[in-house]
Design a protein around this ligand. Structure first.
Ligand code: MCN
Ligand code: MOS
Length: 762
């Protein structure tokens, strides 16, 4: 290597390691080699094992439980029932609202869904607990269940979801061109590879929980409230997570059972849900129904959108899947009306699954606009441009950034959209009907206040600490890049510690907010640490920079010099040694200085302090356009997605390699949603019959074509400290309608119920 080559190599690696570089995941080697320890892999002395017994009916009462055989089975330590489990206190919800009930029992006498926990067995070994759980006899008084949306009435109106401007009904009635159709999505599940569960250990009144978690601080609050111990007494540990997709943000009934069992027995207890229990112990995406009516003039300009949505929720819990979220912002319309109801059915409370709300919302509006395009004989891409919203039609505010026009252009170009033949059934390859479809997607930029600790150590290495998490999306890596760039040290010198609630506090990892929140906090904390280092270097009489008369210094590749390069140049360890410092640490946060301690606590343990995406002068969202090719077998109706080109605007990317991986993950999930995923409920007893990974269909590699993603984002200073917008949830939004639209183009059949299975096409 020549000196020139070496300089080049150094600047290449600096580019790779800086924010915006395509650095590979820093946690990759630990995961590949098995060194990464997941929650259930902790080896604890005296660990006991708990197994749950689930209700076999969907509605009714438990009239009796016979635990005698289980109690005398080998190795059994305890059989817990509603009558014998310790009493817990009610806990506040994720908004921080106080509980409705003073006490809480995670095992039920009144059953409201199949699989609900009615008893639990704790034994010396997992096998003994499984065997004994099978001996618990439960008698029920079964009552009729509402198994799904088709059983329900119109449901309960959720007035807070109503959005209206102009006179949508009248404008629709008067419009020369009208389309109106109903779109349905089934119950879906997050289906993360790593199951839910936990290990709970009490030491006095201090509780440690090893549990995969998207929200350590929020879950710690719940445990603290259940057991009436101070928040500081609860420690959550979750350094690695095998996927969450929205399902791992809350402490749930099974969590309470394990923690209570550990307390009652005075031993650490491990409880891991088996696969079917992973379909009933926490909520997947609610089934939804929508009608979308669009009225337009003959040039295709939308005059009115009337939207009605319904989602299922639980008998004893509320989940609203906001179906009007994309409908109200994607297109310019002078008249708009969206309303939403929920219908109570006998299910566990539905929950968040990647882009809750936006995902099914886009399925409705992005199919409906396609229908309007065919009605008018206008190209579906052109149709979207005709109705391009130049500002947020609902908030009536400027977009912070909206590179959606650029996304349409870049995606169309790369896909070859111009070569599309407009008529349905007009493109084929032998027996295969070929269809090309397009749809747009969006996700709001959710912002929140964050905190991070950055330490510079005497050996020149740096540590970043946060109780936030990495469930695969890349937090470890982007925070290492942010710290390395800000401090001026190589990435390999930076270690990032996440997933421990003893570290600097963090709010929920949900709504694609963590990257923006945490890069901002680390940037701030690292900046403070650097300022302190430079301040000492200039002011300490022992420092070689003392008396240099410079007002600042630069740190690059772990070496400190004056900006003009005229003074000395030394390494961070040399300087720290000279200064006699062990470390320099800075806890930086973006929390308003006016926050009281209670507000700070709420900031990390509730979502009440999240900053609205339409705060101030701007409306902030990420955007995307998906172009999809499908091949439909004319005889069998089988649909294959053969090509996807997506152009996405997530603002500035902290790490394009990881962002592309996130987008592709979302697109793959969208292909599954469009063609495969569907929770099937047995109408007799309300049981999920395909509650396992063999029968609940998910895409495999063989289902996934080459996916091309194109970044069209530009830095958005209104969305985050470093200019990025959300990535993790954006990719899935709009994929299912793009596929449905492509299937229509291929076959001339409009399938409005997901998934698009072959019987709907023949
Ligand atoms: N990123 C980037 N540039 C940006 C924003 C993000 O390069 N401007 C990249 C970073 O690698 C960052 C990642 O994208 O780590 C995700 O960032 P962000 O969109 O802020 O999302 P969060 O970090 O808040 O992650 C949560 C989000 C959600 S809400 C779900 S659901 C989801 C998702 O991420 N679940 C996932 N992606 C997942 N990926 C994996 N592997 N597993 C899950 O369970
Ligand atoms: Mo994501 S569904 O907001 O965790």
């Amino acid at each position: 290597m020549t000196v020139h080559d070496m300089k080049h190599a150094a600047s290449d690696s600096a580019r790779l390691e800086a924010v915006g570089g395509r650095l590979s995941r820093v946690d990759g080697p630990a995961k590949i080699t098995g060194a990464a320890k997941y929650a259930f892999e902790q080896q604890l002395e005296g660990l006991a094992h708990a197994v749950l017994v689930g209700a076999t009916i969907a509605a009714g009462k438990v009239t009796a439980i016979d635990t005698r055989a289980a109690e005398t089975a080998p190795g059994v330590l305890a059989v817990l029932t509603p009558g014998s489990i310790m009493e817990l206190k009610g806990a506040s919800d994720w908004f921080g609202r106080p509980p409705a009930e003073e006490t809480y029992c995670p095992l039920v006498r009144e059953v409201t869904f199949s699989g609900q926990h009615v008893a639990a067995v704790v034994a010396e070994t997992f096998e003994q607990a499984v065997a004994a759980a099978a001996l618990v006899k439960v008698w029920y008084d079964e009552t009729p269940a509402i198994v799904d949306l088709s059983d329900g009435s119109d449901g309960i109106p959720i007035d807070a979801m109503t959005k209206e401007w102009g006179d949508a009904q009248a404008a629709f009635a008067a419009a020369p061109v009208r389309v109106c159709a109903a779109y349905n999505t089934p119950r879906e599940f997050q289906a993360a590879m790593e199951p839910h569960g936990l290990i709970a250990r009490w030491e006095g009144d201090a509780l440690t929980i090893w549990e995969p978690s998207q929200w350590l601080d929020g879950m710690a609050r719940t445990y603290a409230e259940w057991f009436g111990v101070p928040f500081e007494n609860v420690r959550l540990v979750s350094p690695y997570i095998g996927g969450g997709f929205g399902s791992k943000a809350l402490a749930l009934a099974h969590s309470a059972v394990a923690a209570a069992a550990a307390k009652m027995l005075g031993r650490p207890v491990k409880l891991v849900l088996n696969r079917p229990q992973n379909f009933t112990s926490y909520g997947g995406r609610a089934a939804t129904r929508q009608t979308v009516a669009i009225g337009a003039d003959r040039e295709g300009r939308i005059q009115s959108i009337v939207h009605r949505g319904v989602n299922e929720t639980a008998v004893d819990g509320m989940w609203v899947e906001p179906l009007g979220s994309v409908t109200s912002i994607m297109y310019a319309t002078p008249n708009f009306s969206s309303k939403q109801n929920v219908v109570r059915v006998n299910t566990v409370v539905p929950g968040a699954k990647r882009a809750p709300g936006e995902n099914p919302s886009a399925f409705g509006i992005e199919c409906a606009i396609d229908e309007l395009a065919y009605e008018l004989g206008i190209d579906p891409l052109e149709m979207r441009l005709i109705n391009y919203a130049e500002q947020d039609p609902e908030a009536k505010k400027a977009w912070s950034t909206r590179q959606l026009r650029e996304a349409f252009a870049a995606g169309a170009e790369a896909f070859g959209w111009a070569k599309r033949s407009p008529a349905p059934r007009s493109m084929r390859d032998g027996h295969q009907l070929i269809g090309w479809g397009v749809a747009a997607g969006t996700y709001p930029v959710r912002r929140a206040y964050g905190e991070a600790m950055v330490k510079l150590l005497a050996d020149g290495s740096a540590e970043v600490e946060s109780s936030s998490i990495d469930m695969g999306q890349g937090t470890y890596t982007i925070l290492a890049q942010t710290a390395a760039e800000t401090l001026g040290v190589p990435v390999k010198q930076v270690s990032v510690k996440l997933g421990d609630s003893r570290l600097a506090r963090a709010g929920v990892t949900g709504g694609s907010r963590l990257a923006g929140v945490m890069t901002g906090a680390v940037y701030k904390a690292a900046g403070q640490a650097l300022d302190e280092l430079i301040g000492l270097a200039l002011s300490d009489p022992r420092s070689p920079f003392h008396g240099l008369q410079a007002n600042t210094l630069v740190v690059k590749d772990g070496r400190i010099a004056s900006p003009r390069g005229d003074g000395p140049e030394i390494s961070i360890p040399e300087l720290m040694g000279t200064l006699g410092r062990e470390k320099i640490e800075a806890k930086g946060d973006t929390v308003p200085a006016s926050f009281t301690p209670q507000q700070r606590y709420n900031n990390y343990t509730t979502i009440a302090t999240a900053i609205p995406h339409t705060e101030g002068d701007y409306s902030r969202h990420s955007w995307c356009a998906h172009f999809v090719e499908v091949r439909v077998d004319e005889d069998f109706g089988t649909v294959r997605v053969s090509r996807v080109v997506s152009a996405l605007d997530s603002g500035r990317l902290y790490n394009p390699k990881l962002a592309e991986s996130q987008w592709k993950g979302g697109i793959i999930m969208g292909i599954g949603q469009a063609l495969l995923e569907e929770g099937i409920v047995d109408r007799r007893h309300g049981r999920i019959v395909n509650g396992n990974l063999a029968d609940y269909m998910l895409p495999t590699n063989a289902d996934i074509p080459d996916i091309q993603t194109i970044s069209v984002g530009i830095p958005d200073p209104h969305s985050s400290a470093l200019g990025g917008k959300g990535v993790g949830e954006l990719g899935i939004v709009g994929v299912a309608p793009a596929i449905a639209n492509a299937v229509f183009h291929a076959t001339g059949k409009r399938v409005r119920d997901l998934p698009i299975t072959l019987e709907k096409l023949i």
